[in-house]
Structure formats: structure tokens, C-alpha cells
Design a protein around this ligand. Structure first.
Ligand SMILES: *Cc1c(COP(=O)(O)O)cnc(C)c1O
Length: 402
């Protein structure tokens, strides 16, 4: 029977009974391994719970306002300044979004309007499907899928060839989506080399480029682990999307979108009921609470705090890899600078795990091309709720099945 909208409100006790926390949240020996979600940072939960009741609407963008802002808006502005500094440009614009998808749509929307027409979008087969959604929404039909290398990064030689091929049929504007932390492998595109190639191509052929960086996974990982330059340090990077509800340990729904100063003007629309204000965001009404939660947790942790969490997670990941390899259970792909691994299990039925293991550890297998072959892999995210003991249980379960 389908649930009906009740004529008369239900008894409160009955409602509460239905809402008792289910066992998808608490479980004895199962561990959530397959997705980048975790128990949020307790301070994030506390802040969110505190601010949600005031129901403050953060409609608009605050980084381009010089006037006195109310307290939560001021904090959001500071948050974007902090993130801008971390990513190589303190002077960026941006706002707190609902997640990585919104940031990717924003970036590609701005890029498409910035170039006006005749654009081609460049990505790889590993690029997140939110970029496909953006192409569909923007009616971008010229799309190139660049092959990836054996290290699961965009192949730069092929990028050059493909751009020149399109250029020869009259396309002069390219949106390049670079991923810092692919969802399936955790690997990163080499933005530095790509940026350098684009610079050469612009010099030689006057081709125009816009790089959007999808850093949903890696935006709160790589800047704390690696010393190399990031995102806005590179000329052609105009926008970036980050996901605090993944490696930022903030409750859903929290994302951050940032772009070069003033770029949001390419998508702005007047607000009919507020004459002097322009709307420059994808979502209109949004909660102040996520912005304040990000501000609070990021300031509490600092760069050192993030680094410490990641070092511990990466150590646990190395432990898992060592066990898997020692017992010859799997072949592993992993960037040393991340807390995630992509695993191909050897000795199983085409690389597939038995259903009960998939279920217990919330794992989903997928096909990925590796050395000219399609193989089944699983991704594992080592997040703060994962313990050494839970990984030992996982290994034991694997040993018992193979
Ligand atoms: C998760 C993810 C997204 C989408 O983010 P949502 O927060 O789910 O909207 C985009 N890109 C990458 C690489 C991701 O991993």
C-alpha cells in the first residue's frame, strides 16, 4: 500500500517511533568503505545544529561586496578568502554550494557564456558524470574524451592532438575539465603540464582556453599533503569546485565554488524584487548553516589539523595495501598523496566480490580500462570512521572467500 497524506496529523509518539535511527547508521561489524562519506566532524554537526534554527538565507554572493555584512555572511566571505589563499588567488569570488555538482555546473556555465559559442568541452572517460549533466544543460555538443594514461591521468599528447584536430575544423575555444582526485581512482590530472601546453597553443594558434578544476575529492586533500602549486596558480584555471561534505568532514550538503574575480558576471541575472542586486549563483536560496560549519571546522583544524587527519588516513590506507599485496589478494592503484585506493581483486569471479561482502562494506564494482583491457575494480575511501580493526576484518572476510 502506498503511503497516504494523512487527513489528521499523526500521533507524535508514532512519528518518533518511525524515526528511530536505523541500522544503516549503527552496525556491529560492517564498515562503510566504498564512498567518500563519513561521520562528520563533531564541531561541524554542532555548528550546523546551532545555526539551522535561525534559518538564515545566504542568497547571493558576498565576496564581491565591500559593505558591512551580517555575521554569517561575513564568515562565508572569509571562508572563500581562506580557500582562495589555499588555492593560489586570494582575490577570487565564490560561494558555498550544495556540493560538487553545483560547482561543476557553475564552472561550465560561466565558461560557456564567457566563450559565447562554438565551444568544445574536453574531459576524460574518468570525469564525473556531473560534467555530463552540465554539458546536457548547456547544450554543449562538441565533447572530446581524452584517453587516460596508465597512471589514470589525462594523456597530454592526446590532448594536444585532439585540440589541434578540432581547431583544424574551426573550433577555437575550449573548456578543459581537469580532475584533482578522480572518483574511481583518486588520481589527478597534471594541471601544471596541461596549463603549459595550453599556453604554447595559445601563443602559436591563438586558441582560447578555460580550465575548470573538479576538485570535489582532492581539493581538501592535496593542498595539505603536497607542496606543489595548486589551481589558481595556473593562468588558465578560471574556476574550481570543492566538496567539504567529502574530505572536509562537514555534514551534507556542503560544497564550495570559486572563480576568478568578476567571472560570475557571465551568468548573472537581475533579481526582479530587489532592483540593485544581481543573482550570480545557480541555486538561489541556500542555508547559512553549511557556510558557518565550514568556517568553524576549517579554522579549528587549520592546515596542520587537516594534514594530521590525512597522514593518519594515508597510513591506514598503506596498511590495507600492504596486507592486500602481501596476501596476493589484489592489484592496487593509488596516488600516494590520497586516502583512497582503487582495487582489482585477483582470483575472483572476473574480479567481482561476492554480494555479501559488497553489501557488508558498501562496495560497488565498476569496469575500468587498464592496459587495453576492461577490468572490474572497486574503490575504497579510508575515512575517519575506518579503523585498523575494521580493515583486518575486511581482509579476513576476503581471505575466507577466496
Ligand atoms: C562527488 C563528486 C562530484 C559531485 O559532487 P556532489 O557533491 O555529489 O554533487 C563531482 N566530481 C567528483 C570528482 C566527485 O567525486
Amino acid at each position: 500500500m502506498k503511503k497516504e497524506f494523512p487527513q489528521k496529523g499523526l500521533d507524535l509518539e508514532r512519528i518518533k517511533k518511525s524515526l528511530e535511527v536505523g541500522n544503516n547508521y549503527i552496525s556491529e561489524d560492517a564498515v562503510f568503505l566504498g564512498y567518500p562519506q563519513s561521520t562528520p566532524h563533531p564541531l561541524g554537526v554542532e555548528i550546523l545544529a546551532k545555526y539551522i534554527q535561525y534559518n538564515e538565507n545566504h542568497v547571493g554572493t558576498f565576496t564581491n561586496k565591500n559593505m558591512q555584512l551580517n555575521m554569517t555572511r561575513q564568515l562565508e566571505k572569509e571562508l572563500i578568502e581562506m580557500m582562495g589563499q589555499l588555492y593560489g588567488d586570494e582575490d577570487v569570488d565564490g560561494y558555498v554550494t550544495s556540493g560538487g555538482t553545483e560547482g561543476n555546473i557553475m564552472g561550465i556555465w560561466i565558461a560557456r557564456n564567457f566563450f559565447e559559442d562554438n565551444v568544445c568541452l574536453v574531459k576524460t572517460d574518468l570525469t564525473h558524470q556531473s560534467v555530463d549533466k552540465a554539458c546536457n544543460l548547456m547544450k554543449i555538443s562538441e565533447i572530446i574524451n581524452i584517453p587516460y594514461t596508465e597512471k589514470f591521468q589525462m594523456n597530454i599528447n592526446s590532448l594536444k592532438e585532439n585540440i589541434l584536430k578540432k581547431f583544424s575544423i574551426g573550433i577555437q575555444k575550449f573548456i578543459i575539465v581537469c580532475t584533482v582526485g578522480y572518483t574511481m581512482t583518486g588520481t589527478i590530472d597534471n594541471v601544471e603540464e596541461i596549463n603549459y601546453l595550453l599556453q604554447e597553443l595559445e601563443k602559436q594558434y591563438n586558441i582560447k582556453f578555460y580550465i575548470h578544476v573538479d576538485a570535489a575529492i582532492g581539493g581538501l586533500v592535496f593542498p595539505f599533503i603536497s607542496d606543489s602549486e595548486f589551481a589558481f596558480k595556473y593562468k588558465y584555471v578560471y574556476s574550481i569546485s570543492v566538496d567539504p561534505h567529502k574530505m572536509g568532514y562537514i555534514p551534507f550538503a556542503s560544497g564550495i565554488f570559486m572563480c576568478r574575480k568578476g567571472m560570475q558576471k557571465h551568468i548573472e541575472v537581475p533579481i526582479k524584487y530587489a532592483k540593485t542586486v544581481m543573482d550570480k549563483t545557480l541555486i538561489s536560496s541556500r542555508s547559512a548553516a553549511s557556510a558557518v560549519a565550514c568556517w568553524g571546522v576549517f579554522n579549528f583544524l587549520g592546515k596542520n589539523g587537516f594534514k594530521k587527519i590525512l597522514q593518519d588516513l594515508i597510513r591506514l590506507k598503506e596498511y590495507l595495501i600492504q596486507k592486500l599485496e602481501e596476501k596476493q589478494l589484489a592489484m592496487v592503484i593509488s596516488d600516494p598523496g590520497t586516502n583512497m585506493v582503487c582495487i582489482h581483486f585477483i582470483n575472483t569471479n572476473n574480479g567481482l566480490l561476492p554480494e555479501q561482502i559488497e553489501k557488508k562494506y558498501v562496495l560497488d564494482g565498476f569496469y575500468i580500462k587498464y592496459q587495453e583491457e576492461e577490468i572490474v575494480c572497486y574503490k575504497i575511501y579510508i575515512m575517519p570512521h575506518v579503523t585498523k580493526k575494521s580493515l583486518d576484518n575486511f581482509i579476513k572476510d576476503l581471505e575466507n572467500t577466496f
